[in-house]
Write a protein of this length. Structure first.
Lengths: 266, 413
């Protein structure tokens, strides 16, 4: 997985460099609206797509049947200051509503559920459906580099605060009609589960999500018009979304969301 | 905006899904079915299909027994196991060592000897030991009784099990009463043996010996998740397919054992205390309805016209067209003969012990020749909530039972 993100970063640099070569544009024309070394701010509106996922995907996940984003709105602004022709920093506040629905086929997926003192645990094989929504505010602190008059890239840490998060889902049989849990161990009682009698995730699952997450953001801005940017960014979560003592999900999960949108530069 | 950079962003979810790892080796190690290869299966089995023993979904049970005619003598038989993909089978040799078992090898099943098989999973991390034998089906008797004095904890130590009349032998080679306790264990792992729906009461019987308490119990948070909020206490003969208890709860309760006599009358001691609030499947209380217990005995033809096995389950144990005779506690019924809930039950059971007689009424006279060939099966079924199969009833309804007897028609010599 890691080499893929390097590929994306490299691709962005290549794009920017080639754009640079083709541009006849002046640094002054596309610079901050008041001089080359100056402050400003940008208002952004974007579409968010991505997921919250274990990394790497555990071997228990055999197939992703479907994936569809939910929500997908990001609104915010960044204040920036350019120290020089090429270098600057920015600080932002981005409200977001992001989420997804996914259906995956799993094999021997360890489940550990506690409800009001009752525990059910074992190994599930079948289809696992998950829905999640995250509503919150991201504060990125980024270094900005002007690669060319019209291209900026920025990179740095961010912190997300969640106002609300939901996480629900259910398990049932897959398209081949296979759906069961082996209680406690792979040699335990085999309890069949079908779509008609699907087992839902407990309602309090989302209560075990942490309220804050940390990660790295990589973004680019392309100055389409004097005040209008087209931008893209990738927020790569580095902290587990679950409380460390939460045992119902046996692996760590990270939010990884990309945004594309337009921005107005003041 | 460059097309390529858009594509890079849009690719993120696909990058994730392309990271599927190699499939891990199987961890399961079950015997799924066993078959005996006999030249003349009808010498041993009432039905030829019984040479195939399908292990139920309750893979927790490690005892498997073929049931042959009471007088048949079996020797070495080529045997085939069907096991989890990738797993390996071993058989215990005379020296107590497990050696690889090759399908089709003859196994000596004479004198009901038990053979131990060890199945090792593909990943070699898990294994199970099975006990396989061929047992004789006990000869039927024209009188059945159960005083529920012989009870003990099951292999997991979680709930009680009662010995049943020997003709109720099942494919684990044991004769025990069946009930919903194994299903309750799935939903309420914290329950102690005396918290289960079917429990013994030492000294609680009308004669001062042990009796059984069947109580409709709350199945807790996991029962609620599966929309199965209560479990009726129960006692029946047949097979409880615990693996299907969530997927198909009515189908999981499979009623009846082959019986060679014509039952005429059931006698049983009963006392009953209905729970205070009757609730529907969604857990909502229903005003004006009083919970009722159920007790019935049924005789049915266990094969259809094409020779297929007939086994009524929770959907049709009282309505299956192969039923020839039936005796049941009095209830109110609607115009179509369906169960009708009411506020004034007429079963007559009170909180004091009384002995009840329930005669079996026949719509079709059983054929004596077919009876002799185990072509009919008997159901005895008792529950603390008569609609418990549909997860409706009153939590806390208690039916106490003791000294069950079935009287049958005498056979002419």
């Amino acid at each position: 997985m890691k080499h893929r993100i390097y590929t994306i970063i490299a691709a962005l640099f290549v794009l920017a460099a080639s754009a640079n070569a083709q541009q006849e544009d002046s640094w002054e024309k596309w610079g901050p609206t008041r001089g080359l070394k100056s402050d400003g701010f940008i208002v952004r509106a974007g579409y968010v797509i991505g997921g919250t996922t274990p990394l790497p995907l555990p071997a228990e996940i055999r197939k992703i049947n479907s994936f569809s984003p939910r929500g997908g709105i990001s609104l915010g602004f960044d204040g920036y200051t350019m120290f020089s022709k090429r270098w600057g920093v920015s600080l932002g506040a981005h409200l977001f509503w992001e989420g997804f629905h996914t259906s995956a086929d799993v094999k021997n997926y360890y489940v550990w559920l506690e409800q009001e003192g009752e525990i059910t645990k074992g190994y599930f094989t079948g289809t696992n459906v998950t829905n999640t929504d995250l509503l919150g505010l991201t504060i990125p602190i980024l270094a900005t580099f002007r690669m060319s008059p019209r291209w900026n890239v920025s990179f740095g840490p961010y912190m997300s605060f969640y106002f609300m998060h939901t996480f629900d889902g259910e398990v049932y049989d897959n398209n081949e009609g296979i759906g069961y849990i082996r209680q406690d161990t792979p040699t335990g009682s085999k309890v069949l589960i079908s779509k008609e009698n699907a087992m839902s995730y407990p309602e309090d699952f989302a209560d075990h999500m942490v309220p804050v997450s940390l990660g790295l953001e990589l973004g680019f801005d392309w100055k389409a018009m004097r005040h209008l940017n087209v931008f893209g960014k990738l927020d790569w979560g580095l902290t587990n979304i679950w409380e460390s003592n939460f045992e119902a999900i046996s692996f760590k999960m990270y939010p990884i969301y990309g945004t594309i949108g337009v921005a107005y530069r003041y | 905006m460059n097309k390529t950079s858009l594509a890079v962003l849009a690719a993120v979810p696909f990058l994730l899904s392309s990271c599927i790892q190699d499939e891990q080796e199987n961890t399961e190690c079950d015997i799924e079915a066993v078959s005996l290869h006999l030249d003349n299966p009808n010498t041993f089995f009432v039905k030829e299909a019984d040479t195939l023993l399908v292990a139920g979904n309750d893979r927790a049970s490690s005892d498997l027994a073929f049931l042959i005619k009471s007088f048949a003598k079996i020797q070495s038989v080529p045997t085939t196991l069907s096991i989890t993909a990738g797993a390996t089978a071993y058989i215990e040799s005379d020296g107590g060592v497990f050696v690889p078992f090759v399908n089709g090898t003859s196994v000596d099943f004479s004198d009901e000897q038990v053979h131990r098989f060890r199945i090792v999973s593909e990943d070699k991390a898990w294994s199970r030991i099975y006990n396989l034998s061929v047992k004789h089906r006990p000869e039927g008797e024209g009188y059945l009784s159960s005083d529920f004095e012989n009870y003990y904890l099951d292999a997991s130590g979680k709930y009680y099990v009662w010995d049943a009349p020997s003709i109720f032998i099942d494919e684990t080679g044991k004769s025990t009463w069946k009930n919903g306790n194994p299903g309750f264990k799935i939903s309420k792992s914290s329950a102690l043996p005396m918290d289960y729906p079917s429990t013994p009461v030492a000294g609680g019987g009308p004669d001062g010996s042990a009796c059984v308490k069947l109580e409709t119990c709350d199945t807790g948070p996991f029962g609620k998740m599966a929309n199965m909020r209560l479990a009726s206490g129960s006692m029946f003969n047949g097979f409880f397919d615990v693996g299907n208890a969530i997927k198909d709860p009515l189908g999981a309760t499979q009623f009846g054992s082959p019986f060679t006599f014509k039952p005429l009358l059931m006698r049983i001691w009963l006392r009953y205390e209905p729970g205070s609030v009757y609730q529907d499947r969604s857990g909502s209380p229903i005003e004006g309805i009083v919970d009722e217990p159920d007790v019935y005995v049924v005789l049915y033809r266990n094969e259809d016209a094409s020779g297929n096995k007939v086994q009524p389950d929770g959907n049709d144990m009282l309505t299956n067209p192969h039923i020839v005779g039936k005796g049941r506690l009095p209830h109110h019924f609607d115009a179509n003969g369906g169960d009708m809930l009411s506020g004034n039950p007429i079963h007559g059971i009170t909180s004091e012990w009384q002995e009840f007689s329930i005669p079996v009424e026949y719509t079709t006279e059983p054929d004596p020749d077919i009876l002799e060939k185990e072509g009919y099966s008997i159901i005895i079924s008792i529950a603390s909530s008569w609609q418990g199969g549909y997860f409706k009833g009153a939590i806390g309804s208690k039916l106490y039972i003791d000294n069950l007897q079935i009287f049958c028609e005498e056979k002419e010599d």
